[in-house]
Design a protein around this ligand. Structure first.
Ligand code: ADP
Ligand code: MG
Length: 671
């Protein structure tokens, strides 16, 4: 079968190009054919320059007056040129694409496709794509646009794909013939569509394939996991009642229900595989603590894995005293902990019940006496191998129960497919007394009048501020303000405030120290990268500024915002945007709503599940085609998978399918 051959077996792809493609993950012929166009341009009817209206345009003309210069305000290079047709001329502008200087032959005609807009009082087409007229398939006028990978640009993909036109006929089907059409037709239509409808139908076939694989993997996982054995943990109602009655607050109903579901799972002799989903601040940690208490009661050890030392420490500080009252011996195990060997001896000896820590727990020499429950906080931060390592630390022949937690709400449609083999508990309720966070989009120009006075007022009342920046250092290539320069600027503005920074390249001990001081109120404004993103809990922080907010995804913005609004005081979030753009739909939705599940649905519609799931799983899963908002397609795939599984031979017959689902299977499997 040709699909597994190296890309180099395709016409026109030599070792050099193959090397670049490999870096982008395109190694085989299959990878190459599945590198689908990001979009299409319709060159069939270009607009004449004098008839252009603001918005997306396609024009056809020659380009001259090309120049390249550094920008004054930020560290950018700007390439400009003038495109002319018979009716007139228009300025075109690119940022950080100096290769455009060498791209054009002034004698030849090109199509330019981009957004025609008024910027800094001049009309221009910003960052248009450009294609030689003679390269466009005259038949349809539809030209695919591919994502550039290093030196291999969209046009190169187009050329290479064209070279392999004949090879499409060799592509075998992946699935039994349950979908109308064949894979070779579908892929061909996507790369060489005659009409937009054709491209869409090709994509739909591929989306169906993808859903089929995903659902099949989830089904098989559920079967496999059902064969594993775990030590049952008896549900001791009285002890739990007593525990709950001694908490400093009343559990929310959602917390009660989730805990109850977990207790039911742990009573079984098959391992629990449950995902606890809850918006930031919904109180997942307390549910985890109850599960841990129950497992320790039954004589087992419990490990709680957190993605950062800051978080692990916070969980430890928050739980050790509470659990200590009930005789649970808790310890912290992070990279920075001293005398690890002595600690590990105690863990192996069973002298410690509850081990809270980071990756340090995963090292081979951390052995348990009887690991009965594994809790993974912010599970999407961990790779498959890391999770599996922990699962293997249980006693011979038994798998520990697994509770994963995430603050990234997963839309229902994704739950059914991607997480079809997980049981899910949802904390859809915040503890009482929380006020919704007020969110405002602010342009940089409004900072002086609206933001700074509010910041001063917050600090004067003894509350604290997070200021989130994208970068650690100023970088000549990006347009973002760094943590360090922002801290310096704020210190000039507010010389009397205690302003410090935090970022991921600081030593773990330094980070912990800064976070510790912020948590104890010794820092007024913490300028930080997204290292504060997950789970950090400082209820006295009531204002958050997210600089260059357009650079983040909706889910991440929502999570970041969740660092405030954790106490009883009203909290605020400002989303800063550049000066000359209207805010994206993402930001406007965030301004409107604080409901994580609603925002997740919006995100799904705006971005598609590939990106959402990609960010959930370290990109381990690459759902590129399917739009899981298409419930009809999901439903069909579900039914077809059930039929497929009825014949035991099918799994053996479809070799490529088997290989394909193994990548999905690893995501949620227990062993
Ligand atoms: P998350 O779900 O984001 O992990 P946490 O578990 O960190 O949320 O809880 C956020 C804060 O809410 C913590 O300070 C915790 O002690 C508190 N909390 C948890 N449950 C309740 C409750 N039922 N009532 C009041 N406060 C609660
Ligand atoms: Mg948390």
């Amino acid at each position: 079968m040709i699909l597994t051959d190296s890309v180099e077996s395709l016409k026109g792809i030599g070792p050099k190009t193959a090397e670049v493609l490999k870096k982008a993950g395109i190694k085989t012929v299959r990878d190459f054919f599945y590198n689908l166009p990001r979009d299409y341009e319709n060159f069939a009817a270009p607009t004449s320059i004098d008839k252009m209206r603001p918005g997306k345009v396609v024009i056809r003309g020659k380009i001259d007056s090309l120049s390249n210069r550094p920008s004054r305000r930020r560290h950018l290079s700007i390439t400009e040129g003038v495109v002319r047709d018979a009716s007139g001329s228009v300025r075109v502008v690119w940022f950080n694409q100096s290769y455009r200087m060498r791209q054009f032959d002034p004698e030849k005609e090109y199509y330019f496709s981009g957004v025609f807009e008024l910027k800094n009082n001049r009309y221009q087409i910003t960052s248009p794509s450009a294609v030689l007229v003679s390269d466009v398939d005259v038949g349809s006028g539809l030209a695919p646009i591919y994502v550039a990978h290093g030196a291999v640009k969209s046009n190169d993909f187009k050329r290479l794909m064209n070279n392999s036109r004949e090879r499409f006929s060799e592509i075998p089907d992946l699935l039994p013939t349950v979908a109308p059409g064949t894979r070779k037709e579908a892929l061909f239509k996507v790369h060489f569509p005659e009409t937009v409808a054709e491209a869409t139908s090709g994509r739909e076939y591929l989306a169906y394939e993808e859903l089929f694989e995903l659902i099949l993997a989830a089904r098989l996982n559920r079967e496999e996991n059902g064969k594993l054995r775990a030590a049952p943990v008896p549900f001791e109602v009285d002890k739990i009642r007593d525990f709950v009655s001694k908490l400093p607050f009343k559990l929310t109903n959602a917390q009660r229900k989730a805990a109850w579901e977990i207790f039911q799972d742990m009573e079984k002799d098959t391992p629990m595989n449950r995902l606890l989903q809850g918006d930031v601040g919904s109180g997942k940690t307390m549910v985890a603590a109850m599960a841990a208490y129950e497992a320790v009661n039954a004589g087992h050890q419990v490990a709680l894995l957190a993605p950062t030392a800051i978080l692990a420490t916070q969980h430890y500080e928050g739980l050790k005293d509470l659990l200590g009252k009930f005789g649970v011996k808790t310890t912290l195990l992070t990279g920075a902990i001293k005398e690890k060997d002595a600690l590990k001896t105690k863990i192996l000896g069973g002298e410690i019940d509850f081990i809270i820590g980071t990756h340090a727990i995963l090292t081979d020499d951390t052995e348990f006496k009887d690991l009965g429950l594994v809790i993974i906080d912010e599970q999407h931060r961990f790779g498959v191998e890391q999770r599996q390592k922990l699962m293997l630390k249980s006693p011979d022949g038994l798998a520990p129960h697994l509770l994963s937690m995430t603050a990234t709400p997963i839309p229902r449609s994704l739950q059914l497919t991607v997480f079809g083999d997980l049981d899910v508990s949802v904390l859809n309720e915040l503890p009482k007394g929380r006020q919704p966070i007020e969110t405002k989009i602010l342009s940089e120009l409004e900072m002086r009048d609206k933001l700074y006075p509010h910041m001063s007022q917050i600090v004067k009342t003894g509350q604290q501020i997070y200021w989130i920046c994208k970068a650690i250092e100023d970088n000549p290539k990006t347009e973002t303000t760094s943590v360090k320069s922002r801290q310096a600027k704020l210190l000039k503005l507010f010389p009397n405030f205690r302003i410090e920074f935090l970022h991921g390249r600081m030593k773990p001990a330094e980070k912990d120290e800064v976070m510790e001081r912020f948590a104890s109120g010794k820092i007024d404004i913490l300028v930080s990268t997204t290292v504060v993103e997950v789970g950090v809990n400082v209820p006295n922080a009531t204002l958050m500024v997210i600089e260059d907010a357009e650079n983040y995804g909706l889910a991440q913005l929502h999570q970041l915002r969740g660092r405030v609004g954790r106490g009883s005081e009203k909290s605020y979030c400002y989303l800063l945007t550049g000066e000359d753009k209207s805010p994206s739909r993402r930001l406007m939705e965030l301004e409107k709503s604080t409901d994580g599940f609603y925002l997740a649905e919006v995100d799904l519609k705006l971005r598609g599940p590939g990106e959402i799931y990609g960010s959930l799983q370290h990109g381990a899963l690459d759902l590129r085609i399917a739009t899981l908002t298409d419930t009809k397609l999901i439903h069909k795939a579900q039914t077809d998978v059930m039929d497929f599984l009825k014949s035991g031979e099918n799994m053996l017959k479809y070799e490529e399918l088997r290989a394909g689902i193994s990548k999905y299977q690893q995501l949620t499997t227990l062993n």
